[in-house]
Design a protein around this ligand. Structure first.
Ligand SMILES: Nc1ncnc2c1ncn2[C@@H]1O[C@H](COP(=O)(O)OP(=O)(O)OP(=O)(O)O)[C@@H](O)[C@H]1O
Ligand SMILES: [Mg+2]
Length: 285
């Protein structure tokens, strides 16, 4: 059955709860709320500690970074998504009216990302009251919101986020990235890209491999050898099961040529270079 188009309901879904009820934001933190938020502001790793996790050195550093452009190039299972989820939560709790928009490739991954945010929030004792928690949307009493959306460029225009996260960036479409970029125009939004490599293609590969573009991001690279939760024995088994090519992609941060490409990236690149060898045929004027 077709659902009715109800602009009022859509507007309500996009308006922070505090505004819906009063029209004016009236959130004033209690002393206890202020104190709890201050702890997270000063030490975002406390969110990990609330989960009884000890952050890896790169996780601690990443959580404490407030830069505008950050990029995580990590092996599978390194903890990219959970670290980003904790950083996004810290952003939402320590700012008023923040809007964090998260774009994993699929809806299922969006739900998983928001689940991690909820888990950190609960572990930290929900320092700011949660006003709304529905599917892939979270809203807090300080007016901050989190929206996790799947990879579709429709419906992303018109928002003014304070933070954009692209999870599994090597598997997200270029057209989504291109649609999101103008949201950075007002200079208020942080951009966070996280991924394991997935072939020599797409915007994530291009950014990592173009020094002028990469230099705009603060980068962390974490191969499996630096992840204390992945054992050497398991990696040896994976080398056998996955084969060297796939293993290097998943655990050693290697961008491989796509298996379905006719020419390797280096052959295509060489074809673009001027060389001493001219064409065999006269190509005419
Ligand atoms: N510092 C830590 N201490 C304990 N457990 C951790 C830590 N960091 C991550 N983990 C565990 O690792 C699991 C995997 O984390 P996460 O899903 O973020 O990895 P990922 O790099 O996004 O993986 P994938 O490549 O599959 O997307 C988490 O569910 C969590 O249980
Ligand atoms: Mg992940």
């Amino acid at each position: 059955m077709l659902g009715l188009y109800r602009p009022a309901a859509v507007q309500a879904a996009l308006t922070p709860a505090a505004d819906r009820t009063t029209g004016v934001r009236q959130w004033e933190p209690t002393a206890a709320e202020s104190k709890a938020v201050e702890v997270i502001r000063r030490n975002p790793s406390s969110l990990f500690e609330a989960m009884k996790w000890s952050p890896d050195p790169w996780q601690r550093e990443y959580l404490g970074t407030t830069g505008q452009r950050t990029l995580l190039l990590c092996c599978r299972r390194a903890g990219k998504s959970v670290t980003s989820a904790a950083r996004t939560l810290a952003h939402c709790l320590t700012h008023r009216d923040a809007l964090a928009m998260v774009f994993p490739p699929t809806l299922r991954q969006s739900m998983e990302y928001v689940r991690h945010v909820r888990l950190f929030d609960r572990a930290a004792g929900q320092p700011v009251k949660v006003e709304r928690s529905a599917g892939t949307i979270l809203e807090w009493a300080n007016g901050s919101r989190l929206m996790a959306l799947p990879d579709r460029q429709q419906g992303v225009v018109g928002f003014t986020p304070t933070k954009i996260v692209i999870d599994e960036a090597s598997r997200v479409s270029d057209v989504l990235y291109l649609s999101l970029r103008p949201m950075l125009a007002l200079g208020r939004a942080e951009l966070e890209l996280l991924s394991t490599p997935f072939g020599k293609r797409g915007f994530f590969f291009d950014i990592v491999n173009t020094p002028a573009r990469a230099s705009r991001f603060r980068q962390w690279q974490v191969p499996a050898a630096r992840c204390p939760r992945i054992s050497r024995e398991f990696l040896a088994e994976e080398m056998v099961e996955l084969g060297e090519r796939w293993y290097r992609q998943e655990y050693d941060l290697a961008f491989n040529d796509s298996v379905d490409s006719v020419f390797t990236a280096s052959v295509i690149e060489a074809a673009m270079q001027r060389t001493a060898i001219g064409p065999l045929f006269d190509l005419g004027a």
